[in-house]
Ligand binder design. Structure first.
Ligand code: DCT
Ligand code: CA
Ligand code: CA
Length: 358
């Protein structure tokens, strides 16, 4: 029997802002994606207090301002900060997993099949919630099910700070009342076609005649729709392949002093290196990322023999940074490191032969 958890952080960006700015705690908070021209742009997300005012994701900022009251806080997105906290929380969650799959900046699947029972899994979910709460100050909602699809739908059932368990024998009941557009992965177009066929709830879809579905959707999609409605999902919780890894952050103050900047780069490289070893990743390219006081971004890279050594990151970063600063490029505001051209252990072993045969 499989037991899969899906974790989704509650109003993630807004919760992180609330956490790092205690003075806005308890207020309605709206995180904005400005288009770059004045006040125009869209709402990325809003906390639950702001949602009570009718403010939600994707709404133009101007609309949100009209719904806001004098106590509502509007803040620009700081993706880099959210990503860095996200990655730390992912590491914590991964330590609970038999296998782990990050699904987005604020979502992950955790396979806990080695648990004896759903009751045992529920205990772990509570631990994860406590762990995230005490270390990062934010809440999340967790769904537990016999597969990823059911877990994902369960995590949405109760928010914020929810924990919903749907065992195999409860899947039918859990799905019965929901409309088809609530199934993860069924979009607006499909919903419209299904509605034309008189299929509105997941239960309708589960009972629908496959031959009839095939006429509208073709063989593969008809099968997939039917499986989804029955809560069937064989897909494994699997680590996603990573193409590159980077860390970047803001310096205490703008500077062109080598050792100040290098200190930051070294800190990020050391953090990243732990992940490289854990994931058994090798890299061929090391780059430094520099954002000047003028906000211009520059990356400088060097490609070497596949390696997983920290000193290879640091030595190359040192050279690249010195080269950059020697060009009198002005003060640096933010600095970071990237590794790319990633290879697996196996690819690395084979790379000698590959070159030979090429
Ligand atoms: N997002 C966005 N534009 C959208 C929807 C989402 O930029 N139209 C971003 C903002 C938050 C992030 O994606 C994760 O999305 P959700 O998990 O849907 O939002 P949330 O803020 O974490 O809220 P919830 O508590 O409902 O999970
Ligand atoms: Ca979320
Ligand atoms: Ca999400």
């Amino acid at each position: 029997m499989r037991i899969v958890m899906h974790v989704d952080f509650d109003s993630f960006y807004a919760s992180l802002e609330e956490q790092r700015k205690p003075e806005i705690k308890g207020k309605a908070i709206v995180i904005c994606m400005y288009s770059g021209r004045g006040e125009s742009g869209a709402v990325a997300t809003a906390n639950y207090k702001a949602r009570e005012l009718g403010i939600k994701s994707a709404m133009p900022i101007a609309f949100a301002k009209r719904r806001a009251n004098s106590d509502t806080i509007f803040l620009p997105v700081d993706l880099e900060y959210y990503r860095s906290i996200s990655s730390q929380i992912m590491d914590v969650m991964e330590s609970y997993a038999d296998s782990f799959q990050q699904a987005s900046i604020d979502e992950a699947y955790i396979d806990v099949s080695s648990c004896e029972s759903f009751t045992e899994a529920e205990k772990i979910a509570k631990q994860i919630k406590d762990d995230i709460k005490s270390n990062f100050g934010i809440t999340c909602s967790i769904g537990i099910g016999p597969n990823k699809l059911v877990a994902k739908m369960a995590s949405r059932a109760k928010k914020p700070d929810g924990l919903t368990v749907v065992k195999q024998e409860d899947v039918k009941n859990f799905f019965s009342s929901l409309s088809v557009d609530k199934i993860h992965g069924i979009g607006g177009k499909t919903t419209t076609v299904l509605a034309e066929m008189g299929i509105k709830t997941i239960e309708d879809l589960a009972k629908a005649d496959v031959a009839k579905l095939e006429l509208s959707f073709g063989k593969n999609k008809a099968k997939l729709l039917k499986e989804k409605a029955l809560g069937t999902d064989e897909s494994p919780v699997a680590e996603q392949a990573i193409k590159q890894m980077s860390r970047i952050g803001t310096l205490q103050e703008d500077t062109s002093d080598f050792s100040e900047i290098y200190k930051k780069v070294e800190q990020f490289a050391t953090e990243m290196h732990k992940k490289i070893i854990k994931r058994k990743i090798y890299f061929r390219t090391v780059s430094i990322i520099i954002i000047g006081a003028n906000i211009e971004m520059v990356t400088r890279g060097k490609t070497i023999q596949a390696t997983n050594k920290l000193e290879d990151i640091l030595d190359n970063a040192k050279i690249l940074l010195k080269e950059y600063l020697n060009q009198d490029s002005g003060k640096v505001r933010r600095a970071g490191i990237r590794i790319s051209n990633l290879v697996t252990e196996e690819q690395k072993e084979n790379s000698g032969l590959y070159k030979f045969f090429k």
